[in-house]
Design a protein around this ligand. Sequence first.
Ligand code: UGA
Length: 430
Amino acid sequence: MMNIAIIGAGYVGLTSAAVFAKLGHKVWILDKAREKIRLLKNGKMPFYEPQLPELVREMVKKKLLMPTESYTSALKSAEVVFICVGTPPTETGESDLSQVFSAAEQIAKHIKKDCVVVIKSTVPVGTTEKVKKIIKEKNPPADFSLACCPEFLREGSAVENTRNPDRIVIGAESPRTAATLLKLHEKLPGERIITDLRTAEIIKYASNAFLATKISFINEIANLCDEVNANIDDVALGMGLDPRIGKAFLKAGIGYGGSCFPKDTKALHRVAISHAYNFKLLKAVIEVNRMQRRLFLGKVRRYLGGFAKKNIGVLGLAFKNNTDDIRESAAIDIVQWLLKEGARVTAFDPKAMENAKKIIPKLKTCKKVEDVARHADAILILTEWAEFQKLPWERIKKSMRTPLVFDGRNLLAPKEMKRIGFRYVSVGRP
Ligand code: UGA
């Protein structure tokens, strides 16, 4: 079993820490946000993620997971140090690497044992090499080698994904470093891919960009289905059953959001620009995604003849289901545009209302999902929460001013909504 330090207690860092602890390793989880560490020490969570609270509490109790703000304690016996800090986008779309570099400086000061430093944050090509340079320049008190192991977990199923990865990518400087990381991961399933640092960095961006491409592609086919009166659900199924295409990530709607796809597609595009490569396809993927939420709003506007003084009920604020995360959420954009155009918005989300109110303080939210329907001129479904499928739609219809539902996630069955008496509009379905 190994001693591990993980820097950054976000979705990636905290989930990896809890899962490594469950495998029997001794893990120190460090974050510069004192409040996060205080919460974790008290068995509380800094964000919502299914299955994670139980696992974190169990591991903290067993003293296999140690939350700390101190680099000295985290790094004094670490054999492997993971950097899992955020790499948010700058205004120009590049990744802001300041947190990665400042973690590197702290590592240089505090490592006491020969160790492997692993970048798990999503970083542009060449960053792992830069981190090496930063640590080396500070003359650390112990020897170290560098690796890049990108993470592929999804918010909402982070624990499950980390315990059952499809693949473990290890970009390493030397066979010896790769061997240490193979040993660290030995109890986990999934294929191993051993490669160099730059290739590992690109694998992560290429994976996210490809998934984003699938989404933008299916959204454009759905827009076309709207024009020709065809059904995107059947089109996606008919395509997805071909194993070369695959069924996953062919759900049409209002486009992708979150802290990863929007940022990573733009960052990869910036990498291409900085190498004078014109990545036309990726540019279109980003553009289509930007357009998709606007197209949806346009559809609603056309039906309602404008938003001034219209009561709009919004179901869903998170960027996707099973999370309270609203970063780059299409729902948040749409709500902001609605408010700007004079609509009276009442919103409900099972987990994300508190976070939404931090950026839209005047947003009216309600505790019961049915309350968004009261006197509504229309209901907009903006996040794919499964519970919205089971709502008492017959009762909801009675409390609305106009029985009009715009489903931005193709969550409900058109025939059933029509049977109840709704005018029901979704994306690419007749
Ligand atoms: C994504 C990747 O799926 C993970 O593999 C990756 O590790 C992660 O980014 C990351 O880089 O950290 P995540 O952002 O948690 O994970 O969310 P996804 O489940 O991929 O969904 C992203 C967005 O695409 C959501 O807004 C979702 O609603 C949308 N989406 C997804 C669709 O519109 N259609 C689909 O078919 C699938």
